[in-house]
Design a protein around this ligand. Sequence first.
Ligand code: ZN
Length: 156
Amino acid sequence: MKGEAERRRSDAHEHVPSETRSRIMRAVPRERTTPELEVARFLRAKGLQFRTNVRSLPGSPDLANKTKRFAIYVHGCFWHRHAACKKTTTPKDNAEFWRKKFEQNIARDRRNEEALRELGFEVAVVWECEVHDKPRLDTALRKIIRRAGVRRQPTR
Ligand code: ZN
């Protein structure tokens, strides 16, 4: 299945012969790829199956498999307050509003994760700033990959 970003990118190169086009596409940075798509690609390469944006589970996990009982949230660092991350800035104006807002987000995330664990799910959080970092993804998703019963592929 092609992602939206890839589709848009290929539309832009419609007039170019396909061989040249694929060479260009490989060279184009994946700026339009969302963090969720990046994690989905990573999991698919590991052979895991899942659904995206699963609304029937607490907090609509970005990726989840109800049969294998795993769920993954891909969190934006700013909104979900990734600790010690440079994207986790705090606006100076309306400081009180933001403080409350962030507190609510953190509390909601915690509630959702707990609710899923109570349902027997293995839960992982992936931060948007680490989706391009394969070793960190491996670490963050190790338990899920193990639970899904998929053998790790040899690293290239
Ligand atoms: Zn971050």
